[in-house]
Design a protein around this ligand. Sequence first.
Ligand SMILES: Cc1cc2nc3c(=O)[nH]c(=O)nc-3n(C[C@H](O)[C@H](O)[C@H](O)COP(=O)(O)OP(=O)(O)OC[C@H]3O[C@@H](n4cnc5c(N)ncnc54)[C@H](O)[C@@H]3O)c2cc1C
Length: 392
Amino acid sequence: MAGTPAERDFVVIGGGILGLAVARELSIRWPDRGIAVLERESEVGTGQTGANSGVIHAGIYYKPGSLKARLCVTGARELYSYCERHSIPHERCGKLIIARHPGEVVRLDELERRGRENGVIGLRRLDADELKHVEPHARGVAALDSPFTGIVDFAAVARSMAAGLQDRGAEVVTSCGIEDVRVEEDQRVVLRHCQGETRAGFAVFCAGAAADRLAVKAGASPDPRIVPFKGTYMYLRPERSHLVKSLIYPVPDPSLPFLGVHLSRHIDGRVSLGPSALLWPRDVGDVLWPGTLRMARRWWRTGRAELRHALRKETFAAAAAHYVPELRPEDFEGGFSGVRAQAVGRDGRLVDDFVVSETPRALHVRNAPSPAATSALALARMICDRVEAEVA
Ligand SMILES: Cc1cc2nc3c(=O)[nH]c(=O)nc-3n(C[C@H](O)[C@H](O)[C@H](O)COP(=O)(O)OP(=O)(O)OC[C@H]3O[C@@H](n4cnc5c(N)ncnc54)[C@H](O)[C@@H]3O)c2cc1C
């Protein structure tokens, strides 16, 4: 990887899929400008991008008209085409959202309505018998089938974007964590890091779990704050992985931004169960943030259930057996975890939509939870439209 530049026209902070997609879009729009990505870790794509469900979402869940709805539907299409052009393994394997009892069917109706309004391709309603044709070992009273949903390794997409950037003359610098930010009188953004300083004509911060801290250093409001949630997954033993053909999701709780514990086939063939959603504070400040305390008061029952999931394999596996009754706790082994960078407002609200805010000569991605990996190419375009308006 390249050495750290002293000065560039555009600097992107964070080498996750979003930062790299933004740098890619900048390099397409301004091929003659100097562009650098500065990433704290020794490799790109190791944050949320490297530890997630690996699902290319079709855009079903999101409130019509929201950024998530618009950018997920277009982003998924663009991502499939990016993967095809760059020979990145991916699969349109499809997904079932299963209602377990009649009480969930009303929520399934609402999901179907949202999906259709969002323009999701190919949605089909299935009854209890039809869903067995798609997932022979699954059970439920009804399901929503989304054949356009797929799987990919988002870290492989990130690595491919980094390679493409370098081919176009941009720099991707790793082991370069930004420690401080200031804006000079000549309107350059000065980024201090362990290797010195880099001055940027314009900076775009895509720092995931550090988004709020860097935004505050650049002069933005501390509200919303990132309150991380750890999501743990378990793997299904290879000899039992035939029980899940593609992706099996529950009908989510509409008041939570998370999609619930699901069974996912990954592009390497393994099947995972997860994630749990356990509050995973970075420091005591996250715990004492008024938003965290308000959120905890509101969601303590959900939090207790998540803790049980995290601590007891049996409880976690029982969640899977609701959908695939043949699954037993001993069918699961090993696993992995990822940390969601979820923004929480001072009022205790979990920020649902993508949020991009500004400080002088900089944009900050303040909330990019799922489906931001799916949406990265479309979200990057929206961010670069804002950069274009700022630098024009
Ligand atoms: C458990 C889980 C499951 C998910 N499942 C899905 C899914 O199936 N489909 C989907 O579309 N999305 C999913 N997501 C969401 C998706 O992973 C994220 O929305 C997406 O990866 C965000 O990309 P990013 O580049 O913004 O963040 P990240 O990948 O977290 O990248 C941020 C980068 O910034 C770097 N950084 C931080 N601080 C600094 C600093 N000071 N200086 C320099 N660099 C810094 C980090 O090292 C990191 O590489 C999931 C997320 C989680 C956690």
